[in-house]
Design a protein around this ligand. Structure first.
Ligand SMILES: [Zn+2]
Length: 324
């Protein structure tokens, strides 16, 4: 905590000095170039750190630690999984520790169609400063490629029209997803916490795959899953008898699934933050200013997944506050 405070204080001081020097000494025509070079140097070694992550992990020096007594989300090596994200940015926001793991991971983005020229900017585009949906979607696709590249992943885009740009939901997502799945891979689909319609469509596809006997996990959609913060049993802090986050989750997570929170190491939090910032056109609105829905130190510490309960019975995650 104290180290973090000192680190951030030093970093803030350095940033102010650097910004002042840039203003005073860089000719008016060149600040863009100087900033790009600065950024390139700042993040240039990220790929190297990713390359080193797996060997270091194999040595047992760093582990994504599970919260309290929960077992970590771990699978045998070589086990491949497919993360299915409804929209661009969901995989990075919600499943970062899976993306940077040593597993063979494929990210399938469902709603990635470029809306036809002349489409009127819907509400979300206007909130995020866009008046040209076609250009905005192209930008978002680029941002997604850049963010996933930080984890060494490339997206597979299915090209369905995002809910912002359509009237009727598509009905053939399941077929499109099946076309990308090889036998035996595990699937990670959104739990659709928060009730976003696109997330619900993809969750239903995940549940349909589970009904066919596939190994399907659900991930907690961030930042919606943490609209009320993490439950005390995840953070290890003292609970409040008047807040039951599990009850909120239970509105969305189907019976028969049990939660597996994963604590991200500080290094993972740092790389995740860098990746989330790659979604420049979305970051400010999703972060929501002082609410810090993506980067609040407590919120960014965990990701959560739900695993099918082995017996198929109701999950054993009755919260400690239930019944109060
Ligand atoms: Zn989404």
């Amino acid at each position: 905590m104290i180290a973090c405070l000192i680190f951030n204080a030093l970093e803030a001081a350095g940033t102010i000095v650097w910004a002042t020097i840039k203003r005073r000494h860089v000719p008016g025509s060149m600040p863009g170039r100087v900033s790009s070079l600065d950024w390139l140097i700042s993040i240039g070694l990220l790929p190297l750190s990713f390359a080193l992550t797996a060997p270091v992990d194999a040595l047992g020096l760093r582990r994504a630690r599970p919260a309290r007594s929960q077992a970590p989300l771990r699978r045998p090596r070589g086990y491949s999984s497919v993360g299915r994200a409804p929209d661009l940015d969901d995989a990075v926001f919600s499943c970062w520790h899976v993306l940077v793991s040593a597993r063979d991971v494929v990210v399938i983005n469902v709603f990635t169609a470029i809306p036809p020229a002349g489409t009127k900017a819907p509400r979300w585009d206007r909130i995020t400063g866009a008046d040209d949906p076609e250009a905005r979607m192209r930008l978002r696709l680029e941002e997604d490629e850049a963010a996933l590249a930080l984890a060494g992943r490339r997206p597979e885009n299915l090209g369905f029209v995002d809910s912002h740009y359509r009237d009727e939901p598509p009905s053939d997502i399941l077929e499109a997803v099946l076309g990308r799945l090889s036998d035996g891979v595990a699937v990670i689909a959104p739990a659709a916490i928060g009730g976003h319609s696109d997330h619900e469509l993809v969750r239903d596809v995940g549940l349909a795959l589970a009904a066919e006997g596939r190994d399907v996990w659900l991930y907690g959609d961030l930042p919606y899953s943490t609209a009320l913060g993490w439950p005390a049993w995840v953070t290890g802090e003292e609970g409040d008898p008047f807040l039951d986050v599990d009850a909120y989750w239970a509105l969305h997570v189907p019976d028969g699934y049990e939660p597996r929170p994963v604590e991200l190491s500080e290094e993972l939090q740092r790389t995740k933050l860098a990746a989330m910032r790659m979604y420049r056109s979305q970051f400010a609105a999703v972060e929501a200013g002082p609410q810090r829905r993506l980067t609040h130190p407590q919120l960014i510490r965990f990701e959560i997944f739900w695993k099918p309960h082995p017996t198929g019975e109701s999950p054993s995650y009755t919260s400690p506050t239930a019944g109060l």
